[in-house]
Design a protein around this ligand. Structure first.
Ligand code: NG1
Ligand code: ZN
Length: 560
């Protein structure tokens, strides 16, 4: 690092001193905290993004969002060249620089890392970072701070893409690095054209009653509602009404949004028994999560939640069907590509969902919570579908399979144009364009769900009846130090503190179909508890007993 660069970094960093006593860690979704203490973190992540771009010689993304967290929180995360999450081997460096006490320590950490990683940091290479933010009031000033971090690395250029959903920014980064068109209007065009392609390929008999078509969407008072307002006017054959679009004075994620709906099992603000039985969906604050739900006619009952597991199941059924149509259309003895289809879940997946997927004959694999783990696993297949129960997920297609599919489609269009096999090939190609392959995307996921329901001729009730969820309950427990809880086997077993797992096992044994696990949250300062059992009362009671164990071993009373 030359002197000029060093003094540029020192000067810039001195403007954003870290908040005393704050220690942050790059968790499941980057850094998150109260927005008031994030300036130094965001500044340093700006520097990190520039270094990542120099190292990979590709475009990098930096998103300012705290997703489903409360409006006064904010956060920052990096999109890697593929559009996915920051490579895990850079996370410790992210932690080190975020927590560096002063500018001098920060600069020596950077110097050391640049040497170790062999990053071209001599001012002759360029770096490019796309910046996006959600609608949080703190977003605009934090994004300016990120720009200052980026500008303190010579050769680095920041492009402010404005207010975006998280998946839009990831999509743009991926598209830019593939040399494709990458503006917001290109994103909308791709979604709309692939959606309309799927709608055009719907079998004649599958058309459902037009009056059942209306979809009510809860926009969480965030960016997703805003963007959906733009798309909905251009959708042929689908009527969408957006509630909680942020313009009516509602607060982001307060009593609204996919996280609230999924965890509390209640209808979001603005939805009542007048919507009973209608197909409803909810996005989270930055529109990377999607769940559907049905409002009950009796306002005191809980909603019927159609969660990420059921979205995954719907996608899996459709894709499996299309693959078998393609298979049947293949002439025996020809180059018949056997696509490997796999699904990826976490321990939060409902046990009934996993059983259903296995019964379909699908390969089901589990990873720890956090999309980076699910994504990495799904990328092992020709078609990998991953979803967290909370509605974050997507479908990944291997380049090899897409190449084969394109070729197969061309071949079929010359020998049997309009055949069922060719339609199946076209549908799968359309799905690969509609679904956001960079990261889970509520808007593209919603359009795919809608197209598939139409294709199947299914109502939300029929879809919901694919299998019946086992009753479950989630709780969070505040503890002294959540890092003291260490888990293994895709977070299903606690290895430390000793004795916790044995105590949990003893509780589980008391319940029919009982299952429970705990894990430290990566986005909040809590331990999460999950429990499942044959009745709701039993699931609630198991969750409460396990929460009591957490409190006993890790809670504030345990430290006194
Ligand atoms: P944490 O706070 O680590 O549980 C939550 C979700 C994750 C993931 C991240 C990122 C649950 C139980 N956990 O993580 O699945 O979506 O947020 O947003 O929903
Ligand atoms: Zn989110």
């Amino acid at each position: 690092m030359n002197e000029e660069q060093r003094s540029l970094l020192l000067k810039s960093a001195s403007l954003f001193p870290p908040s005393p006593g704050v220690k942050l860690s790059y968790g499941t979704a980057g850094f998150r905290a109260d927005a008031s203490i994030l300036q130094s973190t965001v500044h340093r992540v700006g520097i990190l993004a520039a270094l990542r771009s120099l190292k990979t010689q590709s475009v990098i993304g930096l998103m300012v969002t705290a997703s489903h967290n409360k409006v006064t929180d904010n956060g920052v995360k990096i999109a890697d060249p593929s559009g996915g999450m920051l490579s895990q081997d850079w996370e410790p460096f992210a932690d080190h620089i975020a927590n560096a006490r002063d500018p001098e320590t920060l600069v020596s950490l950077i110097e050391e890392f640049v040497k170790k990683e062999n990053i071209p940091f001599d001012g002759t290479h360029s770096a490019e970072i796309l910046l996006g933010r959600d609608t949080r009031p703190s977003g605009e000033s934090l994004l300016e701070v990120a720009k200052q971090g980026i500008n303190s690395v010579s050769g680095a250029v920041a492009h402010d893409m404005g207010i975006l959903t998280t998946p839009q920014l990831h999509w743009m980064v991926r598209a830019r690095n593939k040399g494709l068109k990458a503006t917001e209007s290109d994103y909308f065009d791709q979604l709309l054209s692939s959606f309309s392609c799927l709608m055009d390929l719907i079998p004649d008999g599958s058309k459902i009653n037009e009056s059942e078509d209306k979809l009510m969407v809860d926009g969480a008072n965030g960016v997703g509602g805003e963007k959906l307002e733009i798309i909905k006017t251009k959708l042929n054959g689908l009527v969408i009404e957006v509630y909680n679009d942020g313009k009516g004075g509602g607060v982001l994620n307060e009593g609204v949004g996919a996280d609230f709906v999924q965890k509390d099992r209640v209808a979001p603000h603005g939805f009542s028994s007048i919507h009973a039985g209608i197909r409803c969906a909810s996005l989270d604050g930055d529109a990377d999560r999607l769940v559907y739900f049905i409002v009950p006619s009796n306002s005191s009952s809980k909603i019927d939640l159609v969660d990420g597991d059921k979205i995954l199941s719907l996608f899996a059924v459709f894709i499996k069907d299309q693959l078998s149509i393609l298979d049947e259309g293949d002439m025996k003895g020809k180059d018949n590509y056997k696509a490997r289809l796999g699904v990826v879940q976490t321990a939060y997946a409902n046990g009934a969902a996993t059983d259903y997927l296995k019964q379909l004959g699908l390969e089901v694999v589990f990873t720890p919570t956090g999309v980076k783990y699910l994504h990495e696993q799904a990328a092992q297949y020709d078609i990998g579908i991953y979803f967290e129960a909370n509605g974050h997920g997507t479908i990944l297609f291997s380049d090899q399979f897409l190449c084969w599919l394109e070729a197969r489609n061309n071949e079929l269009s010359s020998i049997s144009k309009g055949s069922e096999a060719q339609k199946a090939a076209l549908r799968l190609l359309a799905v690969s364009k509609l679904i956001n392959q960079a990261v889970g995307d509520a808007l593209s996921g919603l359009l795919l769900v809608e197209a598939i329901l139409r294709h199947m001729g299914w109502s939300i009730h029929k879809w919901n009846a694919l299998y019946q969820d086992l009753p479950s309950k989630q709780l969070k427990v505040k503890v002294v130090d959540r890092t003291a809880c260490v888990t293994a086997n895709a977070e299903t077993v606690v290895v430390s503190p000793p004795g916790v797992q044995e105590a949990i096992n003893a509780e589980i044994a008391k319940y029919h179909q009982g299952r429970s696990f705990i894990r430290p949250s990566g986005t909040e300062d809590v331990i999460r508890v999950y429990a499942e059992a044959s009745t709701q009362e039993a699931a609630d009671s198991l969750a409460n007993s396990v929460a009591a164990i957490v409190d006993r071993f890790l809670g504030f009373s345990s430290s006194q």
